[in-house]
Design a protein around this ligand. Structure first.
Ligand code: PHE
Length: 353
């Protein structure tokens, strides 16, 4: 910055004016450089101007420049302190909590569809006097197959697409081993349990995932019949879906039940008609059959009872295995089982518990 022909006294006034305009650190640094910079500062220029001054005036000029220097340095120091104080106050202000601001509402999570369905099913069976039992997901051949009357090398084992674990263990292919564990652990009927849990099969398409969820049910007592099985399942299904849901039992085969039945319900999307409710198109959800399979069931095979120390001459029982993911897909209209396990928040958020 040039000094022009300004006198030290005029410059002191100019400094005051410029200092008064400084509002932040950056402006302060500019001012400081302009006045006290070693190479181009105004004070420097004034001192250098000494040689232009006539010798008899030099003493007076020197004193005036010195006064200017003292004024500028003092002014800068005061200004710097003021800025520091201002900065501290600003930081304090920023850190204070304004309790008058409206609160931020934390977003609530939602339960997974499978969890919701599991809880509903557990609640229905709890009212019917069933308790919940659990078992390990890494099982052995005895509980998963042998005690359930799957003979070694029997082709029925192939239907289970088993994952084996090193050392001879396996991932349970169904929740039925929990039946065995429960009967072995407390052989005194009556027994009424349901066993929810993950099961694993080497299977992967729109309707099958390598991990899925089942709920096993087991009732053992004196004189239980197929009628009890059917009545229990009908009551359960009509409470889970709706009172007008149709239920049918189809003959089937499981090594651990005799007789065995697969259980279908009327398709909730076309109310069992096989035709979409609006346009009379074939219902895509049940492939126009009007029915959907959701359960395997049967009367517990006497050999299984005997294996678990329960006298089949005195006791009978029924068992069922339900696909929980299938129920969740039906209830929430989810077309692909993998969507249940993608953890896409948009799907999960739609489920009201
Ligand atoms: N465990 C059978 C399965 O997963 C289902 C089932 C359970 C069938 C109980 C009958 C009785 O295929």
């Amino acid at each position: 910055m040039s000094t022009g022909a300004a006198s030290p006294a005029e410059l002191a006034v100019r400094f005051e004016a410029e200092a008064a305009l400084v509002a932040d650190r950056a402006a302060f640094e500019q001012l400081r450089l302009a006045w006290t910079g070693r190479k181009k500062g105004i004070l420097r220029a004034m001192l250098a101007g000494m040689k232009e001054v006539a010798p008899q005036n030099r003493r007076e000029y020197g004193q005036a420049v010195h006064q200017l220097k003292v004024a500028v340095e003092g002014g800068l120091e005061a200004l710097g302190e003021r800025l520091s104080a201002q900065e501290k106050a600003d930081a304090r202000q920023a850190a204070t909590l304004d309790v008058t601001l409206p609160g931020r509402r934390p977003r609530l999570g939602s339960l997974h569809p499978v969890t919701v369905v599991n809880r509903d099913i557990e609640a229905i069976f709890a009212e019917m006097g069933y308790s919940v039992a659990e078992g390990p997901e890494v099982e052995n051949d005895y509980h998963n197959f042998e005690a359930l009357n799957f003979p070694r090398d029997h082709p029925a084992r192939d239907t289970q697409d088993t994952f084996f674990v090193e050392g001879g263990a396996l991932l349970r292919t169904h929740t039925s081993p929990v039946q065995i564990r429960t009967m072995l652990a407390r052989a005194e009927p009556p027994i009424r349990i349901i066993c929810p849990g993950r099961v694993y099969r080497n299977d992967n398409d729109l309707r099958h995932s390598p991990m899925f969820h089942q709920i096993e049910g087991l009732a053992i007592g004196e004189g239980l019949t197929v009628g009890d099985l059917k009545g229990t399942l009908e009551t359960f299904i009509q409470r889970l879906f709706s009172a007008d849901t149709g239920v049918r039992l189809r003959p089937s085969f499981f090594p651990f039940t005799e007789p065995s039945a697969e259980v279908d319900i009327t398709c909730p999307f076309c109310a069992g008609s096989g035709e979409s409710l609006d346009g009379g198109e074939p219902c895509g959800v049940c492939s126009a059959t009007g029915w959907m399979e959701i359960l395997g069931s049967g009367m517990v095979d006497p050999r299984v009872l005997a294996e678990c120390g329960i006298d089949p001459e005195i006791y009978t029982g029924f068992a069922f295995g339900l696909g929980v993911d299938r129920v969740a897909m039906i209830r929430y209209g989810i077309p692909n089982i993998r969507m249940l396990f993608d953890n896409d928040e948009r799907l999960l958020r739609q489920v009201q518990s």
